[in-house]
Ligand binder design. Structure first.
Ligand SMILES: [Zn+2]
Length: 349
């Protein structure tokens, strides 16, 4: 079997604090004398029910981790380690989501928070070879006016390259907030040429995905897996060329599906959907980027041709420029052309 860590790919769904290594979080907490819940440090994937209580538990843990992230050095360390870890997993293009509001208090505002992240993204790209683009993500838990403020800030740094803002997102509990009220923020982002990449179709089903499509005009949907429950909607998503950032480990951790076999990867691929597998919050879900490809291989029976196609799909769905895209796609062909190493001999009984 070919090594999935060597398969060139793009990673399009990863949150800032959620990207942290457990060891980094443990160090930051110890430094600040913060006692963290053991669940955050055991490296095991969280398992909660897909209801409000489950989400509350997830959110509380996420907030506890975020409270350990304070100043400029922390922000830089998180970006750098995300790039290093992605590079080790064959990701040539990382598009990481950050809500600068969360980190503003430690660095004097949302503008410096974002500028630090962008600056380190450029440096990390130079050192690792993995391009790091940034998605500014607003939160459904806050007022839509805050989302507009973030969209204006994102627009000022818009571009397709490493260390630039490439997209605008909307995260947090899909059940909160009125989707339509976030439309104006997405309009500001779109006018600046940013990709529209809101979450949708993980915790809620087709009716909510339709709302997101109607009001936020996504280029990609964060998750979107539950579009699979309505063939008409799935057709609309495919026809509109909206890519789905599918995160199997997240779906199982948050109780959307009981086990990885139920994540509708086949249904989506067979319908012609463009997929980009992502890790979402490896810190909480105990599962990184390559693990998602392993799930496709081992649980869903994707062979190396199909896995290569998933990787191509992630590269095409990214906002990488032509040169990077061509280089990564050529790398996928090389991966497939390399002879498949023989399966390891069974251990003697
Ligand atoms: Zn997410």
């Amino acid at each position: 079997m070919r090594d999935l860590a060597l398969l060139p790919k793009a990673h399009l769904h990863l949150h800032f604090t959620g990207s942290m290594r457990v060891s980094t979080l443990a160090e930051m907490a110890a430094d600040r004398g913060i006692r963290l819940p053991a669940t955050l440090l055991d490296g095991e994937g969280l398992r909660v029910p897909a209801d409000e209580r489950g989400w509350f538990r997830f959110q509380r843990l996420y907030d506890a981790a975020r409270a350990c992230v304070r100043g400029e050095a922390d922000l830089r360390r998180i970006v750098r380690e995300a790039a290093v870890d992605d590079a080790a997993e064959g990701s040539g293009r990382l598009e990481i989501q950050v809500d600068p509001t969360s980190y503003a208090p430690g660095v004097g505002g949302i503008t410096p928070a974002l500028e630090i992240v962008l600056d380190e993204a450029r440096a990390a790209w130079r050192d690792t070879g993995t391009e790091v683009g940034v998605i500014v993500a607003a939160s459904r838990m806050r007022h839509p006016m805050d989302a507009r403020t973030l969209a204006r800030l994102a627009a000022k740094h818009a571009g397709d390259g490493p260390g630039e803002v490439i997209g605008f997102g909307l995260s947090n509990d899909e059940r909160r907030g009125d989707t339509a009220e976030f439309g104006p923020a997405f309009a500001i982002a779109r006018r600046a040429g940013l990709a529209s990449v809101p979450h949708g179709g993980e915790l809620l089903g087709p009716a909510h995905v339709t709302e997101v499509l109607d009001h936020l005009h996504p280029d990609r949907l964060g998750h979107g897996v539950r579009s699979s429950e309505d063939p008409g909607l799935l057709r609309r998503v495919v026809d509109a060329g909206i890519a789905l950032e599918v995160c199997p480990a997240s779906n199982v951790s948050l109780g959307v599906y009981a086990d990885p076999a139920q994540v509708p990867l086949r249904t989506l691929v067979d319908a012609g959907a463009q997929l980009a597998l992502g890790a979402d919050d490896p810190l909480l879900f105990g599962s990184r980027l390559v693990d998602q490809y392993v799930t496709a291989r081992e649980v869903h029976g994707f062979d190396d041709d199909a896995l290569a196609e998933l990787a191509r799909s992630s590269i095409r769905a990214s906002r990488a420029g032509d040169t990077t895209r061509k280089r990564l796609l050529a790398g996928v062909d090389d991966w497939l052309r390399a002879p498949c190493p023989p399966a390891p001999a069974p251990a003697p009984a």
